[in-house]
Design a protein around this ligand. Structure first.
Ligand code: NDP
Ligand code: GUA
Length: 424
């Protein structure tokens, strides 16, 4: 397929811009169906690459290859596997600028934040690589005098991973590194919006000596069909997924037939509580970091800010003031702290949540509108006068909106924080 100049020309090592899937150690340029999909830059709308659009047949082939390769990989010692992961860690650090450039181009987050994500992703590779040497078992006192009970740890086998667009490097590194360290093989399906970070990571893994078939990357816009193969194929022994609660539910249902081991990291709607006696500056700073990280597109972002009556107005003023100074723009522009939203669906959800809150009586303290920087940019927003009837109380906005709920007593805030959680 093709990588455009606007991607490869920005890299010190242009070979890290990959336009092929990785199946059984082969870089595959064309899908069985001949279909393709484009990856674009959410800041500019420019197309960065055109990739093969795969489905169940390619996924099945990748699983079969992983199943075969895993048996050999599992026989390596922990030290041998650790050595390979250490090389991958070193390569990630050596190529941090290029990996972060790819990430900012396809996802939009500010370059400094993207670099932080690569270091974060690399830390998983380093940590789990080291742990490969420490896969100890247990000896447990027996229930009869002639019995000795031993626990040994063994790789589960082939692991499938479905990863989201909000942390395209770190979420994959967090899944791939422990699997490979333990002697498993992995087939990953990155989000169609951000597959280029996964491909660059897979290329570095190949350079680090991860054997053919141990780390596969399927490219597809038809995620339900790939997900179906992951859950139906009995060679896949574990599925790890980060994404929406809704898709997590679908995968859990699908995996039930073969009682599949599942690791699900889903949506959230985290509360952030500020009491009257809080240090105002520290509370505002904490809210800024927690709410506006990655432009609010993080599952652990504070989404519901409960503020006690006595400090409510001062907190709202100070937060609105800080938020109005957030520089919005292309992630490569100096000083930018908020990039675009990932796509028009995400932008529509932010607008819908604000409209719903305002129609039910909330006020916009700052922001509330699309940003002049471009189609997917939105003004960082603070809403006051928010109540539990509004959508923001129950649904994750996944955008730069801080809704401030007022409470009187500690017990009422804790009750609300527990009750209005994400049920979407
Ligand atoms: N916990 C977290 O970190 C995340 C939470 N979210 C939450 O989810 C909301 C929606 O975001 P969205 O990107 O649509 O999240 P999704 O859950 O749709 O996407 C996450 C991943 O799952 C894949 N996927 C989607 N449908 C299926 C399926 N039926 N079977 C298998 N895989 C599937 C996607 O692939 P593809 O995109 O190619 O279709 C992507 O790789 C956000 O607003 C946020 O609330 C979203 C992302 C991350
Ligand atoms: O590990 C983190 O802090 C990022 C969480 C990514 C997410 O799932 O949103």
């Amino acid at each position: 397929m093709t990588v455009r100049q606007n991607l490869s020309s920005k890299l010190k090592d242009p070979t890290l811009a990959v336009d092929k899937a990785l199946i059984a150690g082969e870089w595959v340029p064309v899908s069985d169906s001949g279909g393709t999909f484009d990856v674009s830059n959410p800041s500019t709308g420019e197309i960065l690459a055109t990739l093969p659009d795969m489905n169940r047949t390619e996924t099945k082939r990748a699983i079969a290859a992983a199943h075969k390769a895993q048996k050999v990989w599992a026989k390596k010692t922990g030290k041998e596997r650790a050595g390979v992961l250490r090389k991958l860690f070193d390569l990630m650090i050596d190529n941090v600028d290029d990996l972060a450039t790819i990430l900012t181009l396809e996802m939009g987050k500010p370059f400094a934040e993207a670099k932080g994500e690569i270091l974060y992703g690399a830390s998983y590779v380093e940590w789990f690589g080291e742990e490969a040497k420490r896969l100890y078992g247990d000896v447990i006192p027996g229930h009869l005098s002639d019995k000795r009970i031993m626990v040994i740890k063994q790789p589960v086998g082939v692991v499938a991973a479905i990863t989201p667009w909000n942390f395209p490097n770190a979420m994959l590194a967090r899944k791939m590194a422990p699997a490979i360290a333990a002697g498993c093989a992995m087939i990953s399906k990155p989000a169609a919006q951000t597959p280029l970070s996964a491909l660059a990571l897979a290329l570095l893994a190949e350079r680090a000596g991860v054997p053919a078939g141990i780390f596969n990357v399927i490219l597809s816009k038809d995620s339900p069909s790939v997900g179906r193969e992951f859950t139906d194929n009995d060679k896949v022994r574990k599925l790890t997924f980060t994404g929406s609660t809704e898709v997590g539910r679908i995968l859990m249902r699908q995996g039930a037939d073969q009682i599949m081991k599942l690791g699900l990291e889903l949506g959230g709607n985290a509360p952030f509580i500020v009491f009257d006696d809080a240090d105002l500056d520290a509370a505002v700073e904490g809210a800024m970091v927690s709410k506006y990280r990655n432009n609010g597109q993080t599952c652990v972002c504070a989404n519901r800010l409960y503020v006690q009556s006595g400090i409510y107005d001062a907190f709202a003023r100070k937060l609105a003031d800080r938020v109005s100074s957030i520089k919005v723009g292309d992630g490569f522009e100096a000083g930018v702290a908020a990039g675009p939203l990932i796509d028009s669906k995400a932008l529509a959800k932010v607008e819908e949540h604000i409209q719903d809150a305002v129609s039910k009586g909330a006020q916009i303290a700052v922001g509330g509108k699309r940003h002049e920087k471009g189609a997917l940019f939105f003004q960082p927003t603070v809403l006051t006068g928010v109540t539990t009837e509004m959508k923001v109380a129950r649904e994750e906005t996944f955008g730069p909106v801080a809704p401030l709920f007022r409470f009187e007593t500690a017990s009422s805030s804790l009750a609300k924080a527990g009750r209005d959680r994400n049920t979407a």
